[in-house]
Design a protein around this ligand. Sequence first.
Ligand code: ATP
Length: 624
Amino acid sequence: VIPKPVMRLALAKDKKEEGKILYSDVCKVFNEVENTSSRLSIVKLCSEFLYSVLNKTPRDLVPITYLFINKLGPDYEPGLELGLGEGLLMKTISESCGKSLAQIKAKYRELGDLGRIAQEARAVQPTMFKPKPLTTEEVFSNLQVIARAQGKDSQQRKVQLIKRMLTACQGVEAKYLIRSLESKLRIGLAEKTVLIALSQAILTYEHNGVEPSNDIVDAAEQKIRDAFCQVPNYEIVINTALEHGIMNLDKHCVLTPGIPLKPMLAKPSKSISEVLDRFQGQRFTCEYKYDGERAQVHLLPDGTMRIYSRNGENMTERYPEINISDFIANPAETHTLILDCEAVAWDKEQSKILPFQVLSTRKRKGVVAEDVKVRVCLFAFDILCYNDEPLINKSLAERRQYLERALKPVPGELQYASEVTTMNLEEMQSYLDQSVRDSCEGLMVKVLDGEESHYEPSKRSRNWLKLKKDYLQGVGDSLDLCVLGAYYGRGKRTGTYGGFLLGCYNQDTGEFETCCKIGTGFSDEMLQKLYEQLSPTEISEPKAFYVYSESAPPDVWFEPSMLFEVLTADLSLSPVYKAGSGIYDKGISLRFPRFIRIRDDKSVEDATSSEQVVEFYESQAHMK
Ligand code: ATP
């Protein structure tokens, strides 16, 4: 049910700005969130605060939302990354708070949190005048200036700005300012939670402060989530909701060439018969699962092209040799499009696919077309938008027709993904074997017709199943887990870590839940490399958002910074580990986990989710 036209929306734009939101108000919420474990209470805390922002200074809602998720803008906009180094921050804190660098370093070894160090140093620092309080607007725009600062003197300019802000910080402000600068706010506030809080705040505002019924709250949440998947830009989504009403977001926030949407993801499966069971009676296609890098290719109205990664990062510069215009069937009629492709390393002489490891040797920055040694072929498997018409709500069979009309493939440069439409087990088996002989990982099996075959941005969908040849023996896929702690090595491994404590990510709570200890699959060189990379991230106590058992603590804890790709024989319930412990009394753990590689193309929040671990476990119990 779409609620009555919204009364307060017009106000949002014209409303006289009555005051500014202080940075201390935002930090107060951060502090409360950090000390609250109930997710419902966190949503309430955040939505009430965001609602108060809307009533006071609506235009602060966008920067505050970004501060909440510790970002400065959309992922696809370059130059907005913070993540300042600890060396620079220690120096700045020392100069600004009247402590020696040695004192700061010693304290850092003890506490492992520069934010707390800054807060404590500020607390004992005598000040003659009460500084003018920081406003949110000012902090946000300073953070943007810091992120964008480049070239000569940029270091100096950053330090000056941070010092100016630190001098004005009171109470917990210094702690959160420094953590934000490091991109390590990590207060256990998941982005999903922020989105829910945002929808509730806007909805309550639309309803003049009266909380709407649960049905409407749920519908609004879905609307804002769908809008954000298609247009992952908080500024556009928030302003559109304020202008047209949250329930009308779907009419105004649609796919736009130049804005990467969140890609659809697949669920793992363990066998062809499992796939056949799942897709009973439905027509489906088996595509090669290429082993390269996801590439979302956009053709913009001005004829330029952009290529975005799985995470929405603009990586056009990485592929200067690709020009999508070369592959358009009908240039005069094609103004814009969005394609979903896999970029794969290609051996031109032998006309064949090369392994992922070869692709990963390509330079990431400053690539010049003439110098490219590892060629790339784009394998197009979907089209999401054609001449500004969103196609995601058409069937895959229809999208394929658009794809075939839009493109003019060139062997070794842009090809359609190889596919076969069959429901025959033997044929699928031989196609799976053939895909592996052709240097692919296996198959992607996709529903072809009807609503179930629509493209679902951002969703790990049951309508796309991956069959990875190498993992069919285990649980059907590898897992990407965050390194939370380590155990010192003994014997041959003395001097490095000998084992690691890993965890999955709970997307609802923003917590990492432990799920195994791993000590297998590492070469001596890898252990040395891991020691070098992880030891600087050691912290003296576990993060508040680590869920672990006191009975088996690791020797050292880490900041969450690295994912391991891990194989496992199977999963079992365990009294020691905590994955999915919100669902079962016990947690789920990996048996005989084996290290495959570091996943540096994913952020820690992209780790295998607790929900996925539960699904792996349940599908296995079901099989048994
Ligand atoms: P996930 O993306 O599922 O979290 P992942 O990054 O480890 O996991 P995989 O599970 O190996 O990736 O598989 C998904 C990826 O496979 C897609 O993101 C895409 O890049 C790639 N891919 C290759 N061929 C296809 C295809 N035909 N259809 C869809 N995706 C494909």
